[in-house]
Design a protein. Structure first.
Lengths: 283, 283
């Protein structure tokens, strides 16, 4: 199996892929659309891209590209903790409290805002295009007294020392990744040690922008006791105020309840599309 | 008045600030949290940061920092079109179809994915930390046959020629920015030529993760005919599956309807917070 992911190497997406698919061949892509195109064309067997809370790509891009461009299905989900560490070149290990500059992706720096404010308030930072690129730079410049904010994998890949662990501001800092495939029923072999729960994701487009329409949609789920773990509105890209909804249901697609709700919504003029029914894995 | 914004210069946030506050002093900040901290401390009179669909910063970061760290109020909103152009150094104007590399922020490149695929399929691209930084690089390297994807302001700031306009894939490509202030009732003077509509944003935290709770929340709005233009769930950062909701209502905060809905929700065990009632401007 060949798994494509949003690269470059040692990103959080790459880390998630390694945890789930230790045996698979891996291929990094520069952008979310490029990775999804490759899954559609069969160049790879599975695309793994961030969907929510991502620090290295636009989340909206994944949903929008899925809806508007590449009709892939969600065949799996990975929720992974995002842990940021402070890394230096091994030769600089003893003097890390006196670093003169910190390199990283802007989102990683922002995620460690409070730590940096407390401990390195006067130390300037410089942005890199990814945490991996910043780690590479630090590894290649042992003569400079600099540090990088990146993950554990970047430390291993670029042989840097972690001098301060878990410097991100929020303990609960997770990213959701989705596995995408052209076939809704594709089976995915992941690391059998991971726990999972079933999930179904629907896209619901309302018939018109009228007051209370969303309330009506949710009624169809509520009276069936279908638990929605997430609901998110996204613009349809046809004009301001026109939204569709992405709804996550905490169960696998069944023959009665979800199809019943969908049929009712369609009778009310909504468009309903199953984006996937899959296992959600937690790392 | 001094307006802080998510920089660097010539970003889309900067462009929005210039359109709304032509007369104001401006100050760029490197991160969304830094900009919001400055508004809280009084270093600036107003912070302008992206909230939705942003290409140059995490949208989630703005909401999360607002909820968890800096209790600023939304005192205004700007919706601005995101138009991406292809820019080259003026001396390269005649040979732009033969460019050898394209520089930009990864999100800008992803937004022009279809155009690049069609017209420059074999041309490699290189990521920069912002569209502005990429434009600066192209302006300083006239000897290289390269182009940059950036906005009109970057073309002016770095004296580049726009050789192909509007190369973004979706015609409807907008970003919402919010104006943040410590005082909920702060009055904001924007360019009087801009049209606006009133809006109120609430944060609603559900009492527990139970089936149908969101449906109950929406009922309180639906039976009052309050039109919700957007609803979005966000994790509370205390654990998986615990979400709060950001709800946009298409009217100014009144004395009867919105407070009535809020009081009912609180009686049901929800936490309700007004994040702001403000004018939403469209550029």
């Amino acid at each position: 199996m060949k798994v494509g992911y949003l690269g470059p190497e040692a990103t959080f997406t790459h880390l998630a892929v390694c945890s789930c698919f230790a045996e698979a061949k891996q291929q990094a892509y520069n952008t979310i659309p490029a990775c999804m195109d490759a899954a559609m064309s069969g160049e790879i067997d599975l695309a793994v891209v961030p969907l929510e809370n991502a620090i290295e790509g636009s989340v909206n891009m994944t949903i929008d590209y899925l809806i508007h461009e590449q009709p892939l299905y969600i065949v799996g989900e990975i929720t992974a903790p995002i842990r940021q560490h402070l890394l230096v070149h091994p030769s600089r290990k003893e003097e890390w409290t006196n670093i003169e500059k910190i390199y990283s992706h802007s989102h990683a720096i922002a995620q460690c805002h409070k730590f940096l404010h407390r401990q390195f308030d006067s130390v300037p930072f410089e942005y890199a295009t990814s945490t991996g690129a910043a780690a590479k730079y630090v590894s290649e410049n042992p003569d400079k007294n600099i540090a990088v904010i990146a993950n554990e994998m970047a430390a291993k890949t670029y042989r840097l020392d972690i001098v301060k662990r878990d410097i991100h501001d929020y303990e609960y800092n997770h990213t959701r990744f989705v596995m995408l495939h052209p076939d809704q029923h594709a089976s995915v072999q992941v690391n059998p040690e991971l726990s999972s729960r079933p999930k179904t994701t629907l896209m619901v487009t309302l018939p018109s922008d009228r007051s209370g329409a969303l309330h009506q949609v949710l009624s169809a789920f509520a009276w069936r006791n279908l638990n929605l773990s997430k609901i998110e509105s996204r613009p349809t890209k046809t004009g301001l105020g026109n939204y569709f909804f992405i709804i996550d249901i905490e169960m696998a697609l069944d023959d009665v309840l979800i199809p019943g709700a969908a049929a009712e919504l369609e009778a009310l003029g909504c468009k309903v599309k199953v984006l996937g029914t899959y296992n959600a894995y937690v790392l």
